[in-house]
Design a protein around this ligand. Structure first.
Ligand code: PMP
Length: 359
């Protein structure tokens, strides 16, 4: 089968070997005579999957046993709800950093449960840069929430700041992309479908002492403490999605975070340079230090060429470069599984497209 060069924003590209291993497990999981789709979420085989995945997450994020690792349903968006449900009482205030469509959605959800103070925002600039991180954060805030990588607009906080109140990060689109101080976060989460597996499960990593900070009585499915107590098998877990995440975690460990970071920088550099050089395109994010390693966003100087560039890509087996409907243009996602070879092929296609317009 010929595989496309996949630059989709999420679900994103997965490594060939992970797909092959997942496919094998669908037919027969570890010579058990059962498909991974058929095993019980309460059996020993799945308990081993959960245990190994927890260890690998801690190892890759350089965290100790003081962090709990959970696999939950409901995608990134359910975390936009669960964070305030658990940690924001009716009269409490949480600080949010507003850098994109997703952080904005997180703010809207939080307002159902308590008060939100927007500590910094780049909304006025159409999110084409990062705001300054707030210098002073009031100690009575319940927590501060930020989005480490802004998938739609292509900005990224490259390091995790220290914070004097509990820090919660949405790392859905850049987890495991580089070495960073995960321990500066009291909680972080990532919908799996970019660097951590397939859609259908969300990785939540939370300091154990946060589990005692619940602000209201909640049904157990929505309560981090109850989920932790049941080791992510409170109800029927998405076994296959969690197994796919385990395969991604093993792949990530085998390659090593440093090697992944190096390659991500190479891919991003290659593409940003091409967009800057190419006379047909404009980068969306001007400030170099704000640019995401994961999502490279740009527009066509002549909007009339947009469609023909997409067709040009399609003819070359390149897919997933159309921008999000809210800003248009192009977005190329360079998640961990995207190869340097694929990135070079795209940069080459951009050059050829430019030449085709010259003639
Ligand atoms: N946060 C970020 C940073 C995202 O990129 C996305 C989706 N692309 C979400 C949250 C929402 O995730 P989900 O669709 O799994 O709810």
């Amino acid at each position: 089968m010929s595989r496309k060069l996949n630059f989709n924003a999420g679900p994103g590209a997965l490594p060939d070997e992970v797909l092959q291993q997942a496919a094998n497990a669908v037919i027969d999981y570890n010579n058990s005579g059962l498909s991974i789709l058929e095993i019980s979420h309460r059996g020993n085989a799945f308990a081993a999957i959960i245990e190994e995945s927890k260890q690998l997450v801690r190892e890759l994020c350089e965290l100790g046993d003081d962090y709990e690792v959970l696999w939950l349903h409901g995608g990134g968006r359910l975390q936009f709800c669960m964070v305030p449900m658990n940690f924001l009482g009716d009269d409490d205030i949480a600080g949010y950093i507003d850098t994109d469509h997703w952080s904005h959605a997180a703010i809207e959800y939080a307002q159902y449960y308590g008060n939100v103070q927007v500590l910094a925002s780049s909304k006025e600039n159409n999110y084409n840069r990062l705001p300054l991180w707030p210098e002073k954060i009031a100690v009575d805030l319940s927590y501060v929430h930020f989005t480490s990588n802004n998938t739609i607009y292509g900005t990224q906080w490259h390091s995790v700041p220290e914070c004097n109140v509990p820090l919660v990060a949405d790392m859905s689109s850049d987890i495991f992309c580089s070495r960073r101080d995960y321990k500066h976060c009291d909680m972080f989460y990532a919908a799996a479908q970019k660097n951590a597996g397939a859609a259908g499960v969300t990785l939540v990593v939370i300091r154990k002492d946060m589990l005692e900070r619940g602000r209201r009585k909640l049904p157990s499915m929505l309560d981090y403490k109850a989920q932790a107590k049941e080791n992510s098998v409170l109800n029927t877990s998405p076994v296959f999605a969690i197994y796919t995440s385990l395969l991604m975690l093993r792949w990530t460990k085998n390659r090593g975070i440093d090697a992944i970071e190096k390659e991500n920088k190479l891919k991003a550099d290659l593409l940003y340079k091409e967009v800057e050089r190419n006379s047909l395109f404009n980068l969306y994010v001007e400030k170099k230090e704000d640019r995401s390693l994961m999502n490279v966003c740009f527009t066509a100087i002549d909007p009339g060429t947009e469609k023909s560039f997409l067709k040009f890509c399609d003819d070359r087996n390149i897919t997933g470069v159309k921008g999000h409907r809210s800003i248009g243009g192009f977005r190329v996602s360079l998640y961990n599984a995207v190869t340097v070879r694929a990135t070079k092929a795209l940069a080459e296609a951009m050059k050829e497209f430019e030449q085709s317009k010259d003639n």
